[in-house]
Design a protein around this ligand. Structure first.
Ligand code: LLP
Length: 387
């Protein structure tokens, strides 16, 4: 796989031009990855970018140009997507807590598919569609109860997670479909078992468990035609093995072939994660008898993943000439008033000085999109590299 293409000289130049901290994205890298992702399927696959990973407008416009759709989890995201040029028909709407207002907009504008997360949500969709005299297209998000071997906070397809529906809901769902048959059309089933998956085993198990549900609907005359396998493919933040995209595409196609369905998917991180870097400047070096702290001008407010999921992001000192000074062990920390405000712990880095620049790698997904202005620091800038 083509990796990220950031050169230290390039990052240094940008840091001279723009104030740090900033995120910088490599659009060419993202496009290469999209191409590779699509090529992993031999047949047609309808890609819906999970824009929660990174909703930068230029990235969205770029994806629209490449004729993919989006997966949104709020009407706020849908608005951003529409602003960037997406049509309502390009939108899949996921998420466990859709409000009446959100459902009303989705049904009124006839988006492609609402991924339903509970019987009560299905009733709400039915009522809204009836009032609007419309037919809503929905897919049932199942919870296949698999353990996806990822951080517990980003596991979604296990029975203890709030996401998706247990197979025991099916009789109730069928009853609701019958009641609202004029206003709800069941298009298919959908899954998303978790994020940052580094093996395909749990996804295989989840698909296998969900196929009979799809077939059951099909055999009882429902107009099902889509099977949405969600997102979740992980990236090698810390030297892990890169997921084999060709094996992923082949697996999905092979498992779903007997269904003769349209294949949908919702990748987020895999398309953008490796193609973003957060650049920061060292403000202070604080050496205690116990630790060396490199205090930088960005932290959990701009990249919350280390604090929230103990995620490891590689950190590099941006240098255009190799330093002759020996490396030292640092905790790279931010300005926020929390001890959870760290970007990396116990990292060997070339000796750091006030004013040095650091690059926090693989920050293209769930970086800026999860940033906040906690402590009333400004948000970081975002820069797009086109070539
Ligand atoms: N589809 C649905 C319904 C989702 O909930 C998600 C992510 C995706 C697709 C895309 O998943 P991806 O391909 O990016 O793994 N903030 C966490 C990740 C949360 C993922 C939430 N759902 C992190 O920084 O690791």
């Amino acid at each position: 796989m083509s990796g990220p293409q950031f050169l230290h000289s390039q990052l240094e130049k940008l840091a001279r031009k723009y104030d740090t901290p900033f995120y910088v994205y490599d659009l060419e890298g993202i496009n290469q990855r999209l191409k590779k992702f699509r090529a992993s399927f031999h047949g047609d696959v309808e890609v819906h970018y999970a824009m929660k990973a990174n909703a930068n407008k230029d990235i969205l416009k770029n994806f629209k140009k490449h004729k993919i759709g989006v997966d949104v989890v709020s009407w706020g995201e849908a608005k951003v997507a529409i602003d960037a040029g997406f049509h309502h028909r390009d939108i899949i709407f996921s998420g466990v807590g859709k409000s009446i207002e959100e459902i009303t907009k989705a049904v009124k504008h006839q988006i492609k598919q609402i991924n339903v997360e509970s019987p009560q949500e299905l009733i709400r969709i039915g009522e809204v569609a009836k009032k609007l005299k419309k037919k809503a297209q929905v897919a049932f998000r199942m919870n296949p109860n698999v353990s996806p071997q990822t951080h517990p906070y980003i596991t979604t397809g296990f029975r203890e997670n709030k996401f998706g529906m247990d197979a025991s809901f099916l009789p109730e769902l069928r009853g609701i479909l019958t009641k609202y048959k004029k206003n709800i059309e069941l298009k298919g089933v959908t899954l998303h078992i978790g994020s940052q998956l580094l093996t395909l085993d749990s996804l295989r198990e989840a698909i296998l468990k969900t196929i009979p549900i799809y077939l059951d609907f099909k055999n009882s005359g429902y107009p099902v035609e889509t099977f949405d396998v969600g997102g979740g493919l992980g990236i090698p933040y810390d030297g892990q093995t890169q997921i084999d995209l060709a094996a992923y595409g082949a697996m999905v196609e092979e498992l779903l072939k007997p269904l003769e369905c349209r294949i949908l998917c919702e990748p987020g991180r895999i398309l953008v994660g490796e193609f973003g870097v957060l650049v920061a400047e060292v403000q202070y070096i604080k050496k205690t008898p116990f630790k060396n702290f490199a205090i930088v001008n960005t932290g959990m407010n701009h990249l919350i993943r280390p604090a929230l999921y103990s995620a490891v992001h590689r950190i590099e000192k941006i240098e255009t000439r190799a330093s002759a000074e020996a490396s030292e062990l640092y905790d790279v920390v931010g300005p926020v008033c929390e001890s959870s405000d760290f970007l990396g712990k116990d990292r060997y880095l070339p000796k750091l000085h006030q004013g040095d620049l650091l690059a926090i790698l693989d920050s293209g997904a769930y970086g800026f999109s999860m940033a906040s202005n906690y402590n009333h620091h400004d948000l970081p800038k975002e820069i797009i590299l086109k070539k």
